[in-house]
Design a protein around this ligand. Structure first.
Ligand SMILES: [Fe+2]
Ligand SMILES: [Fe+2]
Length: 331
C-alpha cells in the first residue's frame, strides 16, 4: 500500500452528469461521491486515533494505518474537488450534504470501538463495491466521461488495498473477544445502512435535478444493480462475522488491482479509462515498454497511441502493448 497523489484534469466543459448512456449510474456514483468527504475523514480519524495508541507490538500495523489514512484523505480531497462541480450544477444536493455532515458529526461522538467497527464495516462494503464493479467494467463504464470514470475506478482500486487494515486495527484495539463479534456486527450494519440510505437519497435528488427521475429504465437499472450488489456484499458481510475469518483470504478483483500498478508517482498520472480499456499510458508504463522492447522512450511514445487503442480491457504492460508488433512497426 502506498500514498498515490493524483491529478485529474477535467475538461473545461465537464458535465457532472458524466454518463450519457447511463445517467442513473452517474447519479448513483455522484451520490456516493457526496458522502465521501464526510465518511472518509470519519473512518480515517478513527483508525488514526487507535493506531497512535498502539505499542511496539503493533508497529507494522500502525505504519500500514498511516498509509491508509493518507489514502483516505487523498480520496476525500479528490471527491471534494469533484463534488464542487456537482453542487454547482445541482445546488439542491447541498441540503443532503449538510445532513450527511450532521450525521457524521454525531457519529464522531460515539466510542472509538464503535467508530473502528464502523470503519471495518465501511471497508467491507467498499471492497464489495470494488469486486462488483470489476466484474462489470465495460457494461458500466463504456461511453462514460473518461476522467470522472478514472476518479471512481481509482478510488475503488485503492479500496481493495484497505480490505485488512481497518479490520486489523479494530481487532487490535478491541482486545477482549467478549462482545467483539457483536460490536463488529453493529459497526457493519450501521455503515451498510448509512451508505445505502445516503446513496438512495442522493441518487433520487440528482435524478430529480437531471429530470430523469421518472425514467422507468433508470429505475430498472438501479434496481438490478442494487440487487446484484446485495448478492455481492451480503456473503462478504456474513463471512466477516466468523471468528476464524480474516479478509486477507479474500480473492481480489484482478483488473482494478493491477491497473493501479500503472500509476506514475512522478506525474500523478494513471492510464485514463476509456471504452477500449485504458488510454493515455503514463510515463512509467512507457518507460517499462521501452525497457522491455529495447526501444528509445520517445519512439515508443510515437507508436503507443494506435496500439493502445486496440480493444483490450487489460492491465499488464505486455498486454497494454503488443511488444513484437511495436518493435516491428518502429524498426
Ligand atoms: Fe476511500
Ligand atoms: Fe477505504
Amino acid at each position: 500500500m502506498q500514498h498515490r497523489r493524483l491529478s485529474f484534469a477535467y475538461p473545461e466543459d465537464f458535465n457532472p452528469a458524466w454518463h450519457r448512456r447511463l445517467p442513473e449510474l452517474a447519479a448513483a456514483a455522484n451520490a456516493v461521491s457526496m458522502m465521501m468527504p464526510h465518511a472518509e475523514p470519519f473512518v480515517a480519524k478513527s483508525v488514526r486515533a487507535a493506531a497512535e495508541a498502539f505499542d511496539t507490538d503493533n508497529e507494522l500495523l500502525a505504519d500500514e494505518a498511516r498509509v491508509y489514512v493518507q489514502q483516505e484523505l487523498e480520496h476525500h480531497r479528490q471527491h471534494q474537488r469533484f463534488n464542487e462541480m456537482v453542487v454547482a450544477a445541482y445546488p439542491k444536493i447541498s441540503r443532503l450534504d449538510r445532513f450527511m455532515g450532521w450525521t457524521f458529526d454525531r457519529l464522531a461522538r460515539r466510542s472509538l470501538t464503535f467508530r473502528l467497527a464502523f470503519a471495518a464495516g465501511f471497508e467491507t462494503v467498499a471492497y464489495a463495491g470494488a469486486r462488483w464493479t470489476d466484474d462489470r467494467l465495460h457494461r458500466l463504464f463504456d461511453d462514460a466521461e473518461p476522467v470522472a470514470s478514472t476518479l471512481f475506478l481509482w478510488h475503488l482500486a485503492e479500496e481493495i488495498e484497505h480490505k485488512t487494515v481497518a479490520f486489523d486495527v479494530f481487532r487490535a484495539h478491541t482486545c477482549s473477544v467478549r462482545f467483539r463479534t457483536l460490536r463488529h456486527l453493529g459497526g457493519l450494519a450501521s455503515s451498510a445502512v448509512l451508505l445505502a440510505l445516503f446513496t438512495f437519497l442522493g441518487t433520487c435528488s440528482l435524478l430529480l435535478a437531471q429530470r430523469k427521475f421518472f425514467s422507468p429504465r433508470a429505475h430498472a437499472n438501479l434496481f438490478m444493480w442494487s440487487l446484484s450488489f446485495i448478492f455481492e456484499v451480503m456473503p462478504l458481510m456474513a463471512v466477516s462475522m466468523l471468528p476464524s475469518h480474516h479478509p486477507r483470504s479474500l480473492t481480489d478483483p484482478s483488473w482494478l488491482a493491477q491497473w493501479l500498478n500503472h500509476h506514475d508517482p512522478e506525474t500523478g498520472e494513471i492510464p485514463v479509462w476509456n471504452s477500449l480499456g485504458v488510454d493515455s499510458p503514463s510515463a512509467s508504463v512507457l518507460g517499462a515498454v521501452a525497457e522491455a522492447s529495447g526501444l528509445e522512450a520517445d519512439r515508443v511514445l510515437d507508436q503507443a497511441s494506435p496500439l493502445a487503442e486496440q480493444p483490450s480491457g487489460v492491465t499488464r504492460v505486455d498486454d497494454l502493448f503488443d511488444l513484437e508488433e511495436l518493435s516491428r512497426s518502429v524498426r
